[in-house]
Design a protein around this ligand. Structure first.
Ligand SMILES: NC(=O)c1ccc[n+]([C@@H]2O[C@H](COP(=O)([O-])OP(=O)(O)OC[C@H]3O[C@@H](n4cnc5c(N)ncnc54)[C@H](O)[C@@H]3O)[C@@H](O)[C@H]2O)c1
Length: 311
């Protein structure tokens, strides 16, 4: 199949690209390297890497016309500066609309989107959160702009799957707590945790599910990809320390949650399990060492978060 991936040099996009190429598909990956790494993708004959922004309509239209993708996986997003609402809106809203309109124009069979579970607001009314939970636009420019894009996708004529994700982790992940713990522990800096819990999903499990959607499983609309279990951030920290087989220089500090942070995000994957005949295979204690191996080999120059700094 011909698959166009936005954000193809990012964590999720590049892992998916590798899987698609291994299985013999053709891929065009568009990325502006805002948070993606050039060394995440290896140039090869079935892969075209396009450097540029999805907010550039001429560039996007040209690539869609030339390639005529059958499937679009829209993984590009802006989030690294919580105060840069303009770039978030430009990439996540304008850029998404450019991708949607180009997909409609060339007759894409299905668009797959990755949505944040922050679309359920800062104080979800149930745990685990089901797909019936109301959408609440609040908390961060990232959440608001990503959620607006999901609504535009729903408004389009496209067949689509929007995967609302738990915290994804694994090789090439540079956002969230895991790479931050690794970076700080291996450079002798103190670490802190806030009292939050998260549902973690290993990248290979997420890619498995996306491949099923590419093959046509699932029905137009949103789905959750999650393990269905939540862990405290402190438990994750303990796994990282265990995996590094080290004694931290500093004692772990406990801090207050920032105002845009949610206590727990546990999302219910039952519809995905049923419709996709899919299940997570990787427990936290086997996924964390795989991520650590990647960091040991490739290093971390920067880590990213959509959250404002905690007090
Ligand atoms: N990782 C998670 O836990 C998680 C959770 C919920 C949702 N998501 C969503 O999954 C998708 C992929 O996230 P990720 O974790 O791989 O993050 P990532 O930062 O590794 O990937 C995003 C990619 O988009 C690229 N990008 C940013 N702005 C762009 C633009 N204007 N044009 C082209 N490319 C641009 C970045 O350079 C990067 O390579 C995002 O849409 C994100 O919102 C991720």
């Amino acid at each position: 199949m011909k698959v166009l991936i936005t954000g193809g040099s990012g964590f999720i996009g590049s892992n998916l690209t590798d899987r698609l190429l291994t299985e013999g598909h053709q891929v065009v990956a568009i990325d502006n390297y805002a948070t993606g790494r050039r060394d995440n993708l290896t140039p090869q004959s079935d892969l075209k890497i396009v450097e540029g922004t999805i907010a550039d309509q001429a560039l996007v239209d040209r690539e869609f016309d030339d390639f005529a993708p059958e499937i679009v996986v829209h993984a590009a997003c802006s989030y690294k500066d919580p105060n840069n609402w303009i770039e978030d809106a430009r990439t996540n809203m304008l850029g998404s609309n450019i991708i949607i309109k180009a997909s409609e124009r060339v007759g894409v069979q299905r668009l797959i989107y990755y949505q944040t579970s922050l679309c359920y607001g800062l104080h979800p009314k149930e745990q685990p959160i089901t797909l019936n939970h109301p959408i609440i636009l609040e908390g961060s420019s990232y959440a608001i702009s990503k959620t607006a894009a999901e609504s535009y996708i729903d408004l389009s004529s496209l067949d689509y799957i929007s995967f609302r994700l738990a915290n994804a982790y694994g090789p090439r992940n540079l956002s969230g707590p895991l790479p931050t713990f690794y970076h700080r522990l291996t450079t002798g800096k103190p670490c802190f945790v806030v009292n939050t819990r998260r549902d973690f999903i290993f990248i290979d499990d997420l890619v498995d599910c996306t491949m099923l959607a590419i093959q046509g499983k699932g029905r137009r609309g949103p789905y959750h990809i999650s393990s269905g279990s939540d862990y405290s951030i402190e438990e994750l920290y303990t796994e990282v320390v265990k995996s590094l087989d080290m004694t931290p220089v500093y004692e772990l500090e406990h801090r207050e949650r920032s105002e845009d942070d949610v206590y727990t995000i546990l999302i219910d994957p039952s519809k995905t399990i049923e419709d996709f005949d899919w299940q997570t295979k990787t427990a936290l204690d086997s996924g964390v060492p795989k991520a650590i191996n990647y960091y040991n080999k490739f290093g971390i120059s920067e880590t990213y978060t959509h959250l404002k700094a905690s007090k």
